[in-house]
Design a protein around this ligand. Structure first.
Ligand SMILES: [Zn+2]
Length: 448
């Protein structure tokens, strides 16, 4: 067993409490976030460790911090720890404790960001600082980055750094959120590593009709009625299942009962089994991991109760699988619309492809090896993130990026998922110590 160390744990708890209390709430607007508060705190924490530390301010108040231990061998692979310092808004009425109090209760730290992802941002900083102060000289560069704006589109954080300060953040390997929640299976403990994430295709459908008096609706062309049919067709549409390599390896690793495991990797049968699976959380994850998903989320239309509307706007959140391009999504929408196609304009708002990293890499092997020190006999399994993370920016510039951390058995997978952007977000202190130790150990062995 690696010595997880009370000191590492306590230091991470303290740092996490400060990051939570700074309440860097990202509402998706340019002026929200205020991540400079967390960046400054991280600078003060890392100062004096021997690392080179720099802040990059994309817009006022939204700084990201970059700390580096430059390597001794320019040819050696480099490693970057990527944490975000912002959090999503809260509805305090749904919480049992102050979401920005950072309270420590029964060995758990409470607050917005305790699992997404100030916990890892803190643990990465603690691991990094420990290495720096111990006089560790990496062969390849070791870089710690705390970015703003992950919870919106990364425009003022990771995206900005990659575009404007690339030399400071270019690395061969990146570790960010999320993963490392122990899952107990018939074959032992499994630790998911996020290796890929779906892309986003957000679009707007403008459904056209003809205005008229609402008191005489016979044979009128009501855009709202057409839009309702469009939404119904979208809801009814069943895209084909796509069984990717990571999904196959994940199911294999979970050692499920044979029949269920077999159906979950069979594109012809997976739909039927997900319809009846009692574990709704897993069913949704399984469905989103193997299908393009389309969620109609916003409808705007109509002007007055007595006017038949001539246009209705629908917004769709479409998440695309690795390998799918925007024109395939448009073709899918055209198939769904069928004979209504000519009454609908399709406008693409966001078109981001999925991104993925290879599994047969030295970092994957090292993470797998190191992990058994925290959970005896544990094996790593790949997982596809169905949402988006900042890993995508780094994959685009050639990095292998994984999402990983290390959690205790107190953290249950279903519980963990429900706390993402949910109420009563909290993390146990043992998990914080394990993650800090993981980041220290991984860099020491990967770059040593
Ligand atoms: Zn996050």
């Amino acid at each position: 067993m690696t010595d997880t160390g009370e000191e590492l744990r306590d230091e991470t708890v303290d740092l996490l409490q400060h990051l939570i209390r700074n309440a860097c709430v990202n509402e998706g607007t340019e002026s929200s976030g205020g991540e400079s508060r967390n960046a400054e705190y991280l600078v003060s924490y890392l100062e004096g460790s021997g690392a080179d530390i720099k802040c990059f301010e994309s817009v006022p108040g939204r700084a990201s911090v970059v700390a580096r231990l430059d390597g001794t061998d320019p040819a050696a692979p480099s490693l970057l720890y990527l944490g975000h310092t912002d959090v999503v808004p809260v509805n305090p009425e749904m919480w049992r404790r102050d979401p920005f109090g950072g309270e420590l209760v029964d060995d758990e730290v409470w607050g917005r960001g305790a699992v997404d992802m100030l916990n890892l941002t803190a643990a990465m900083a603690v691991g990094f600082r420990r290495l720096a102060t111990s006089g560790f000289r990496p062969r390849g560069n070791l870089i710690y980055v705390g970015v703003a704006d992950e919870e919106a589109l990364g425009t003022y954080g990771a995206g900005w750094l990659v575009d404007n300060a690339r030399e400071a953040v270019q690395a061969d390997y990146v570790i960010t959120e999320s993963g490392g929640i122990p899952i107990e299976t018939a074959a032992g403990t499994r630790l998911p590593v996020m290796v890929a994430e779906k892309g986003c295709h957000w679009c707007r459908l403008t459904v056209h009709g003809t205005a008229g008096h609402a008191s005489a609706p016979l044979r009128t062309d009501n855009a709202l009625v057409t839009a309702a049919e469009v939404v119904r067709r979208i809801a009814e549409f069943e895209p084909p299942a796509v069984i990717g390599d990571a999904w196959r390896r994940l199911i294999d690793g979970l050692a499920l009962p044979e029949e269920i495991g077999r159906d979950l990797v069979d594109p012809e049968r997976i739909g039927a089994i997900l319809e009846v699976m009692p574990d709704l959380g897993f069913a949704r994850l399984a469905h989103a991991s193997t299908h393009t998903t389309i969620s109609p989320t916003i409808a705007h239309g109509g002007t007055k109760t007595n006017v038949i509307p001539d246009s209705v706007v629908l917004e769709l959140d479409i998440r695309v699988l690795p390998g799918q391009a925007g024109d395939e999504i448009i073709a899918m929408l055209e198939e769904i619309l069928g004979d209504l196609r000519e009454r609908v304009d399709i406008t693409t708002v966001v078109d981001e492809r999925a991104s993925e990293s290879a599994l047969d890499t030295p970092l994957w092997d090292l993470l797998s090896k190191v992990s058994t020190r925290y959970h005896e006999g544990a094996a790593t399994i790949p997982i596809l993130a169905v949402g988006a993370t900042d890993a995508r920016f780094f994959r685009k510039i050639g990095a292998t990026a994984y999402g990983y951390g290390m959690f205790s058995k107190r953290m249950e997978f279903a519980n963990y998922l429900s706390m993402f952007h949910g109420a009563d977000e909290r993390v146990d202190t043992e998990s914080l110590g394990l993650s800090a130790s993981l980041f220290e150990t991984t860099a020491r062995e990967f770059l040593g």
